[in-house]
Design a protein around this ligand. Structure first.
Ligand code: C5J
Length: 228
């Protein structure tokens, strides 16, 4: 048991470092770089850059402590057989899922846009989880992986705060995991949604979980290491 005390809202959280996983949600070129899925929806993708540095700090600390690291990627099979028509047809994007773009076909697995940004590239041996939906539990083997590793606490960062980060935290919370969002390591195309998304997680005594930040997480697991 490697007990860690994490500064968080609405209250500090004590967890076992050996039973925690860092989940980095969808830090993909399709969301963060011009010409990808995020921009086709009319968003200013530069707003997501704020999360890159803090995600990197959280990753560095998790790697140094030997914590389980999981990267997720939202995307679809090249034949789009796992993409719900309602998702493909929704809205009036400049390009739809599967259409060719400057980083390859939009939100399709194996295309350059589907890759995780270079700064946060997964290391050999880290789990890379492809998901067709917003939540990381939906139609994936995440629960199996977490169960096999004895995980009970999820430290979550990535993009976007109110969409895939929130959906994953809600899914994790309902499945009995302690879920912590690292606020500065999350970002949204809508700063107000980011702010309110984090508020929603920690409201009502932590209705979905806790909110902390990358530096507090790094300090906590490093301190846990020294005490171990
Ligand atoms: C979105 C995501 N925003 N990763 N996906 O469509 O949050």
């Amino acid at each position: 048991m490697n007990k860690v005390q994490l500064a968080a809202d609405p209250a500090p959280l004590i967890f076992d470092r050996d039973r925690a996983a860092l989940i980095v949600i969808d830090m993909q070129r399709d969301f963060l770089e011009p010409g990808g899925f995020g921009e086709t929806l009319g968003n200013d993708v530069s707003l997501l850059q704020a999360a890159v540095g803090p995600c990197g700090r959280a990753l560095e600390a998790a790697r140094a402590s030997g914590m389980l690291v999981i990267h997720t990627r939202e995307g679809h099979r090249p034949d789009l057989s796992d993409a719900p028509p309602a998702k493909i047809q929704r809205g009036v994007p400049s390009r739809r899922i599967g259409d060719p773009g400057p980083m390859g076909r939009i939100l399709v697995r194996g295309e350059p846009g589907h890759d995780i940004v270079a700064e946060l590239a997964p290391l050999a041996g880290e789990v890379v989880l492809d998901k067709p939906g917003k939540g990381a539990f939906h139609q994936t083997d995440l629960a199996q992986i977490l169960g096999n590793n004895g995980i009970d606490t999820l430290i979550v960062c990535g993009v976007t705060t109110e969409v895939c980060v929130h959906t994953t935290i809600r899914e994790g919370n309902d499945r009995g995991y302690r879920c912590v969002a690292l606020g500065d390591a999350c970002a949204s195309y809508f700063p107000e949604f980011h702010r309110v998304g984090l508020e929603m997680i920690k409201a009502q005594g932590g209705i979905f979980g806790w909110v902390s930040d990358a530096a507090s997480f790094a300090n906590a697991i490093t301190a846990g290491e020294q005490a171990a």
